[in-house]
Every structure is written in C-alpha cells, then in structure tokens.
Design a protein around this ligand. Sequence first.
Ligand code: NAD
Length: 249
Amino acid sequence: MSNKESLSGKVALITGASRGIGKEIALELSKLSAEVFINYSSSDEKADEVVSTIKNNGGKAHKLKFDVSKEESVSLAFDEIIKINGSIDILVNNAGITRDGLLMRMKSEQWDEVLNTNLKGVFLCTKYASKFMMKKRSGTIVNISSVVGIIGNPGQANYSAAKAGVIGFTKTCAKEFASRGIQVNAIAPGFIETEMTEKLNTEEIVKAIPLKRLGSCSQIAQLVSFLVSSDAGSYITGQTISIDGGMSI
Ligand code: NAD
C-alpha cells in the first residue's frame, strides 16, 4: 500500500511477536523506523532472533517477556517501556492461543485459558497503553481478531467468543478514546500460514475460501502498517477489517 509515512520516533509494542503474524508485524513496523518492543511468552531464542534481525537491518528493538493475561506482569512491562522511552505510540494486540474442542467436551480450563489470553490480555494491554496515549493525546491500537469471531467455527467456541469479544471491545474503546486522538481498530484474518494453522488440514480449509488459498503473515503486517502509518488509515477508527480471501462474505 502506498503513501506510508515514516514511524521514526514512534514506539510500538507488538504482543506475541516472537513468531508468526506478530513477528511479521514487528519487522514491518521497524522497516518504517518504529522502535519496537517484541512481547512473547515462552521462546527467548525466537524473540532474540527477531530482535537481531531488526538490529542487523539498522532498526531499534527490545524483547519483553510477559504474560498478557496477568495484570501484574502487564503493569511491569509498561513500566519498562516507559522507563526506556517515556511513551508508547502504537499497540498491536496480537498474542493469541487456541485450545480447540467441541463444546460438549470443552473443559473450563480450555475456556479460561483462551478467554484470558485472547480477550483479557487485549483489555489489560489496552488499559495500560491508553493511559500513556491519553496523556499524549495520540496513539493507535490494532487488535488482531479472527474471521472465526465473525462467522463462528465448530470446535472453537472459546476462541470465537474471545475474538468476537475483541470486536465489541474495539468499538467501545474507539468511542471512548476518539476525543483524545486515539484510534482503535481490529483486523479479522482468515486462515493464515503460521505454526498455529500448520497442524490443520489445509486442503479442506482451502475449499471454504472463495479465493482458494491461505493468506500470509506479510499481508496481515501490511494491513497493520496501513492502519498505523498512512494518511487514509489515520481517519479509520472502530472498524473490523476482514482479510480472509472472502471467507466472511
Ligand atoms: P502463533 O501461535 O504463531 O504465535 C502466537 C504468539 O503469541 C507467540 O509469540 C506466543 O509467544 C505469544 N503468546 C501466546 N500466549 C501469550 C501470552 N499469554 N502472553 C504473551 N504472549 C503470548 O500465532 P499466529 O498464528 O501468528 O497468530 C497471531 C494472532 O493472529 C493470534 O491472536 C491469532 O488468534 C490470530 N489469528 C491467526 C490466524 C491464523 O490463521 N494463523 C487467523 C486469524 C487470527
């Protein structure tokens, strides 16, 4: 997409950025000169690789291990970002997990784990980031939802509830924050080639996609970049943008 402005001087936190979609978003925003914080929950090695790639390309990056679902760890992480940079300009709530199973067999733990990471995590990171964005009277938040939050999917009651929740949450935050110059949008990807989807039967999935192919992490990253860095993106708020090969039509 064209007309992107430099993000030089801007600080971005991307949750779940050690691999998959989050990693690609971090690489894309750093290409536009944003200073990026790479959040992750487990693999130090993978987070280090992302940080090294960005630094080797002349960018600024930091790894920041914390669990988005735990308020204490989110609070400490924001203290760290503010200590290093004094502010935060862009938040991408991308961290997410699946614990699939048909509803009749779904355990409360599966429900809680997914809701805590995929919905409560978005609430907590948004709450802490918006505190600093409000003071600055500017900021951009992008929440990664899913096509499944719009159309549902058997075996994913927990995941679809969380991702649908993210869409409602996005609209409310957009209304609450608009007068302070903060935009909040959601992106609803369809099936994207990542470690999350590699265990699935892609042949069957492709049949349900009008464009007959999976999407790529880079396509999602480019859409995030459009929302946070283009002039057109600066006039969009409260929206959920589907990028799913037509699955949600
Ligand atoms: P992934 O499994 O490859 O990566 C997930 C990332 O989230 C990892 O970096 C992991 O460390 C991090 N994470 C998990 N739990 C965390 C926690 N509690 N605290 C902090 N970090 C945590 O996933 P992906 O496929 O790249 O998906 C990224 C996002 O996009 C997720 O929100 C997912 O639901 C959404 N999404 C993915 C697809 C797809 O097809 N892959 C489709 C629609 C939406």
